[in-house]
Design a protein around this ligand. Structure first.
Ligand code: ADP
Ligand code: MG
Length: 239
């Protein structure tokens, strides 16, 4: 009841098995490591955006989810901050381990943009990250991967290159994000995405982010998410 009213106030709709999470009102409720929380506070944000207020407790509950919200609604932090909590709960990386959190993105520009948002909130903490994408030489990206990163942002094609050459593995990935999933499908990346995801353990947590909810995304969500993901829509849903 109370949750239903809060959803209405956030112009949000949530579907999937209950109980639905109570939206959070502040960054303190996410349970982030202190050093990350300080950086979030330093950013001067007034509070979570709607996709964050409901996305955080949903993601933190360990459930798979699909988040649908328009551009500029704060989707990156919606998955990044729970991802940091997730990573902090995992055994540390050992030499040769691949990433724990994987973010797939459609383009180099987007991957770079996500990486700079990730760096903004994790620089100087124990979370290491890098971005791999095409159009630039492989060696710098490869040496980052070999050194080890907790979070990897990648376009599907370049990631497959590195998997085929054995530069990294997805054996440790337990937190998978498909960012701009609709654009990745529009750009024809579905075969590459499926190839990447087939290398990730099936008991992972999967989160998909999109501005629209067309049939193709619905099918991908059915195939990639475990039983009955949470579907969270902010505003009106576009097919
Ligand atoms: P989306 O992926 O939904 O298009 P982004 O994650 O790129 O949105 O965020 C858009 C902008 O909003 C970024 O500059 C980001 O730093 C900023 N932002 C994220 N969360 C908040 C917040 N809670 N309050 C204010 N600004 C935020
Ligand atoms: Mg985004």
């Amino acid at each position: 009841q109370e949750v239903a009213e809060a959803m209405k106030a956030l112009n949000a709709n949530i579907e999937g098995r209950k109980p639905h999470p109570r939206p959070v009102k502040s960054f303190d409720q996410v349970g982030m490591p202190e050093d990350v929380l300080e950086k979030v506070k330093a950013a001067g944000f007034e509070g979570p955006t709607p996709i964050q207020a409901i996305g955080w407790p949903t993601a933190l509950s360990g459930r798979d989810m699909v988040g649908i919200a328009q551009t500029g609604s704060g989707k990156t932090l919606a998955y990044l901050l729970p991802g940091i909590v997730h990573i902090a709960a995992q055994p540390p990386l050992r030499p040769g381990d691949g990433p724990i959190g994987l973010i797939l993105a459609p383009t180099r520009e987007l991957a770079m943009q996500i990486h700079s948002e990730v760096m903004r909130f994790t620089e100087g903490t124990r979370i290491r990250s890098t971005a791999v994408y095409g159009g630039v030489p492989r060696y710098g990206q490869a040496s980052d991967l070999r050194r080890g990163v907790e979070i990897l942002i990648a376009t599907p094609g370049r990631l497959l290159d590195f998997l085929e050459s054995g530069t990294t593995t997805l054996k440790r990935v337990t937190y998978l994000n498909l960012d701009e999933a609709d654009r990745m499908l529009d750009m024809g990346f579905e075969p590459q995405i499926r190839k990447v995801v087939s290398q990730i353990r099936p008991d992972r947590q999967t989160l998909m982010w999109s501005a629209t909810w067309p049939k193709e995304i619905q099918r991908l969500a059915r195939d990639f998410c475990r039983e009955d993901p949470v579907k969270l829509t902010i505003g009106t849903e576009e097919l």
